[in-house]
Design a protein around this ligand. Structure first.
Ligand code: NAD
Length: 500
């Protein structure tokens, strides 16, 4: 642990970190069947802060069996919806009551600012669980007046039921660990499904604390199981398991494709929340200072490790130099430091691998002729810090413009008219988010339908709400989470027809 920040962790988080960590299968806290463990590191200094079980196929199999028993024989799907709602509300209350402790663990594990973990990640997780709790009592079918042409005298009554899909395998990334767990658990549990959750190997800690809170809330054992472990072993075993009815995956597009392939043989339902290369489009009527501040927030929030990060900045030519200068000024002044230090404005990236990957992208951009208006590489000697970086003089076909970097790196390019902005914005394999900065309502409304993205923000970026469907066009994913759309993902429709 970083010597300068250990005093910033409260007693509850200290106690959690000091105890040996096990994963939750059914009612049991267990190690991996083969005894293997994975080290968990503090990204601010690389120090080992915990070890978790390295679960693999045998552990996933046990967890799926526990979830299957809780679904087929256990009380969960049969519980009156109002009881599922109350238990989810209780879980939300517990997350809220432990928000500071969870935020400290998250900050230490992921590197993110403890303030943001507390007021963004935890606050949103609580909101999201409460919102989804409400859906437990509001899942409805439809009734139909049917006409069967070959027996016109017969009468039928027909209706639909929405039934829980079954055992859900939830595989989540490291950028918002507890929030992503809540995104999956909320709708799955509200719908009556049981879950095997596989957190990212880099950030398994808050999922294990959440599992303790799940049991404390009174959710029956087996309804939620957490298997920690590597993606290529535990994750792959979960995606391919015949006992899993649905995989809910959030992560990179490359792994999303592997998961989809693994699910094919069992016809496992799959929803995918994947990567992005989201454009920030600044039209020339915008306030340049506001647009630069917005662009900075869009890319530097959470060190740029956000699926909807505004990693491509397109500015109409008249404002280009001004917006880029302001953005570079903001980037150059950001204070880098451990997430637990409240004065830090930018924390470390999650891992050494991620830091080197991001620096590799910056180097490739510079080698292809781009120039760094701010930043340009690694920061400091210890930990996984990268300078907030603004690249200019880039071309649309460069890797830094086309590929997801997932770090504090934005590429700024000018455009001449809205047609060109739309063409450049859509010129990517991704389609997760986009923002338009302008006060010209007619131009904004005419542009929104032309952007191929699951979410378009206007004069803001990466703002989410539990009620608003979220997901990607193109290679950014399949399906929509949040809102009613999330319930659709975790239920099957059964049609019933009765002769009367
Ligand atoms: P990743 O794809 O490397 O890993 C995601 C999860 O998949 C981890 O739990 C990992 O262990 C697991 N995994 C890895 N290989 C696997 C395999 N072969 N089979 C099954 N599971 C496997 O992603 P990451 O680096 O953890 O997260 C960053 C990515 O997540 C970015 O691309 C980001 O855009 C994306 N993301 C998307 C959203 C969204 O809602 N669209 C939200 C957050 C992050």
């Amino acid at each position: 642990m970083d010597m300068n920040t250990s005093h910033l962790i409260g007693a509850a988080a200290q106690a959690f970190l000091a105890a040996p960590r096990r994963m939750l299968i059914g009612a049991d806290w267990v190690g991996a069947a083969d005894g293997a463990t994975l080290d968990v590191r503090n990204p601010a200094d690389g120090a080992v802060i915990a070890a978790v079980p390295a679960g693999a196929a045998a552990d996933v199999d046990r967890a799926v069996q526990a979830a299957r028993a809780a679904f087929d024989e256990g009380p969960w799907p049969a519980l009156p919806p109002v009881q599922r709602e109350r238990l989810l509300l209780k879980l939300a209350d517990l997350v809220e009551a432990h928000a500071q402790e969870l935020a400290e663990i998250e900050s230490l594990d992921n590197g993110k600012s403890v303030m943001l973990a507390r007021h963004v990640d935890m606050a949103m997780a609580v909101d999201f669980l409460r919102y989804m709790a409400g859906w437990a009592t509001k899942i409805e079918g439809t009734t139909h007046d049917v006409s069967v042409p070959f027996i016109p005298q017969a009468k039928f009554f027909a209706w639909t039921r929405r039934e829980p899909v079954g055992v859900v395998g939830a595989i989540i990334p490291w950028n918002f660990p507890l929030l992503m767990a809540a995104w999956k658990l909320g709708p799955a549990l509200a719908a009556g499904c049981t879950v095997v959750l596989k957190p990212a190997e880099e950030t398994p800690l808050t999922a294990l604390r959440l599992a303790e809170l799940v049991l404390e809330a009174g959710i029956p054992p087996g309804v939620v199981n957490v298997v920690t472990g590597l993606g290529e072993t535990a994750g792959a075993a979960l995606a391919a398991h015949a006992g899993v009815s649905k995989i809910a995956f959030t992560g990179s597009t490359a792994v999303g494709k592997l998961v989809q392939r693994a699910a094919v043989d069992n016809m496992t339902r799959v929803s995918l929340e994947l990567g992005g290369k989201s454009p920030v489009i600044v039209l020339d009527d915008a306030d340049p200072a506001q647009a630069a501040a917005g662009a900075a927030q869009a890319i530097f929030f959470n060190q740029g490790q956000v699926c909807t990060a505004g990693s491509r900045l397109y500015v109409q030519r008249r404002l280009f130099d001004r917006v880029v200068a302001d953005l570079a000024g903001i980037a150059s002044k950001m204070k880098l430091g451990p997430g637990l230090d409240p004065s830090s404005e930018l924390g470390p990236l999650v891992s050494e691998t991620q830091r080197d990957r991001v620096c590799g992208y910056i180097a490739s951009g510079l080698a292809q002729g781009a120039r760094a208006a701010a930043g340009g590489g690694r920061a400091g000697e210890r930990g996984y810090f990268v300078q907030p970086t603004v690249l200019v003089d880039a071309r649309q076909d460069m890797r830094v413009v086309q590929e997801e970097i997932f770090g504090p790196v934005v590429v700024a390019l000018p455009f001449d008219d809205v047609d060109e902005a739309v063409r450049l914005a859509n010129d990517t394999a991704y389609g997760l988010g986009a923002s338009i900065w302008s006060n010209d309502l007619a131009r904004v409304h005419r542009t929104i339908p032309r952007i191929k993205a699951g979410t378009v923000w206007v004069n803001c970026h990466s703002m989410l709400d539990a009620s608003l469907p979220f997901g990607g066009y193109k290679q950014s994913g399949i399906g929509r989470e949040m809102g009613r759309a999330a319930i659709d993902l975790f239920t099957e429709t059964k049609s019933v027809m009765m002769a009367v």
